[in-house]
Structures are given as C-alpha cells and as structure tokens.
Design a protein around this ligand. Sequence first.
Ligand code: 4AD
Length: 435
Amino acid sequence: MEVTYVLVTIDQIAKYVGQEVKMGGWLHNKRSSGKIQFLQFRDGTGFIQGVLVKKQVEPEVWETAKQLTQESSLYIWGTVRADERAPSGFELDVHKIEVIQIAEDYPIQKKEHGVDFLMDHRHLWIRSPKQRAVLKIRAEIIRAIQDYLDQHGFTLVDPPILTPSSCEGTTNLFHTKYFDEDAYLTQSGQLYMEAAAIALNKVYSFGPTFRAEKSKTRRHLIEFWMIEPEMAFVDHERNLEIQEQLIAHIVTHVLNHCKSELKTLGRDIEKLEKIKAPFPRITYDEAVELLHKEGFTDFKWGEDFGAPHETKIAESFERPVFITHYPTEIKAFYMKPDPARPEVVLCADLIAPEGYGEIIGGSQRIDDPTLLAERFEAHNLPKEAYAWYLDLRKYGSVPHSGFGLGLERTVAWICGLEHVRETIPFPRMLYRLYP
Ligand code: 4AD
C-alpha cells in the first residue's frame, strides 16, 4: 500500500481511493453504535465520514475518538474507500488520530437557532455546511464575473473608497472627516469609472460600496460589493446585451462548478438551467400596466417600484427581466434622456426571477455637456465638487454606458437565499456591526 504523508484535502479525495492519507481538520459531528464510531470530519474543502471499528483500531485511538467534541481540531490518518451511500461518495477507515485541541462546548448545535444568535456567532456559523456552500458559490460568482470581463476586453480599474461627493444621491451617504475636509464612503465608483472608460475604453471595478440606508429589508446591506463595468462607444441596447451575457455566463459557471454546493443548499437547479440569454425587456410603462392588471391599481406613473412590485413583475417571467425607460424624474442625474421622449431615460434595472429583486442598475450616460449642466442645476448639485466629472464632457466626450451588478443580491438569487445577510462573510446591516 502506498503511504502518503502530505496532508490530503477532502476535495481531492477521489484521487486517493485505496490509499492511506493524512488529513487536518475539525470534528463536525459524531455518532456511535458502541462498536463503531462515525466521525463527521470537515477540513474546509468538504465533509467526509470517518469510520472506526472498535475491534480493528488500537484501544487508545478508540478512546481518543470518544473524547472528541464538536469542532475539536485534529490530524487524522486512514484509508480512503469509495462508498456510493456516503454523501461525498467516499469514507475514511480511520486508524490514527492526533488531537490538536479539544474544543470547548460549541455554541452552535444541530438544533434550530434564532437568526440573531447565529448572526452574533457569524465567525463560527460560517463553518456550517450551508454557510460554507454560500461562500464557495460567492467566490465562484466573483471568478465567473472576472473571467467574463477579462475575456471580453475589460480592464480592472480601482476607484477610490473615500470620496468628496455623492454618485447616487445624498440621502444615504456615510460621512467621515478627511482631516479638515468632509468625505464620504463611496456609494458607487461609477463617476470615476466613466473617467477610466475614456482612458481605457472598457473597464470595470469590483469593490465594496456603502449606503447608510435606514431600511431593514432582506435585500439591503449597509456595505455591499458591486461590479461596475463602464464602456465607451456602447449605447443602451448594447449595454443590455452585455449584461444578459454576463449573467448567463455566471449562472452556467456556477452550474458547472458548484453542483454539490447547490445541492447542499437545496437549490432548484432546473430553475437556474433556464437562465439563458436573451432576457425579456419591458418598459417602465408596460410594467406599470402589468401592475395595474395584477391589482396594484393605486400605483401611479412616476413612482418608483418597491419590492412587492418587483416581485409581481418578476412572476411573469422565468428569466431575469429588464425594466427599461424609467421616468427621468426618479432616476440619477447622469442618465441620458431618451431623445424620442425626454421624460424617460435610457436605463434599465434587471430584476431577478423568483422574487430576488433588482440585481443590476445601469444606463447610457449623458454625453452632452450642456444637458449635463442642466441636470446638475435640476438636482441642485454643487458644480465645483464635480468639476472633474464635467471635464469628461469637454475633452472628447463620447456615447458611453455602464451598469452596477450587486454581488450579494446575485448570490442570494443563485443560492436561493431568503436574505442577503447570508451572502457576505460578515454582513454590515442596520444595527449590526458585530462581529
Ligand atoms: O442601482 P444602483 O444604486 O446603481 C448604482 O449605484 C450605479 N451607479 C451603478 C452603475 O451604473 N455603475 O445599485 C446597483 C446595484 C443594485 O441593482 C443592487 O443589486 C445593488 O447594487 N444594491 C444593493 N445591494 C445590497 N444592499 C444595498 N443597500 C444595495 N443597493 C444597491
């Protein structure tokens, strides 16, 4: 028998069937029949069951296994056996254990805990199979996004986190002092990405953004991560095509690379398999009409959609749906009015299916300096603070578009999670800054 002394990880275990391996990890769970102990062992890359038969192991190994508490850390030696009945497809016939630490009474038990308790113990909760699966899928979604953008000629550009002015309105800015000046945590890197698109053509940023929103909903975080592509010479229509291609790519990537994690989460895979480009597009006007037919008779043209409206609209589609051409009045100052109908803008929100809400907001940007100056007046924005942004329209202005993809809402949708709080390792929410 070949003996391996390097640490083998559970995700690589298939290569070691019939071989002796050493692994490092933690005890997740255990049960015993008196003659056999079953150790659920995890190493961060996966879970595997270790089997100890009393008659076949040294008495001290048997006794060591009996002492193990949940989350005790250990090295374990055993022979890998393929077993169709095992959830991972493999088991380990254990014959040696070296304890690193016997863990104290672990606060998170198999029973149901309240969300506040779990959130207070988020640093431990992330070890559980479901939370681990979410974080793995989050990482794969990031990888898929970066792969797609890198392969399609985009350059990664990092906008600043500390900013002197707002991008998405002043109501939810996080204020801080910047020596003697006032500064704000970024709500969106978009304005800087517009400068970068003129310098590098197709660019994207990926970073944390902050919104001091006093809303306690299942879709809002105070700190969330956004991917913000910005493209020179791209109009509204092409902007939507790029978004649907990107989303379809993300879903395919997750289906190809995260099958076991999706299974752990009990995600309905058939629903994800239907996510193929192109996605349906409806105008804001059509969405309002749809809402009226569906019983939201009070909804008035010019209002913004709330979560119940978005959910109702999404119910009519199996794929994500673009809602385009919102009223100019309710959208950001930088969005380009439709030349044929200036009361609406060339923008779109992408609404995920199954009630997960808006995952992308994007638009074609105003490229005309006079019109942009008018919008600044209308929104009461201090021109001095944005002088650099106005420069972009003076020196070689071109048609350009971009969008912001909210990572956590995308993860919530793909993982099938009720609430965005589980999509980020350490969520920052209204009244939660710990751990
Ligand atoms: O629609 P938003 O506010 O768009 C922007 O910030 C643009 N400047 C982006 C751009 O064009 N470059 O936000 C974009 C996305 C939303 O669709 C949503 O997915 C997510 O960011 N988002 C949030 N996610 C979690 N918590 C919050 N509080 C969020 N606010 C927005």
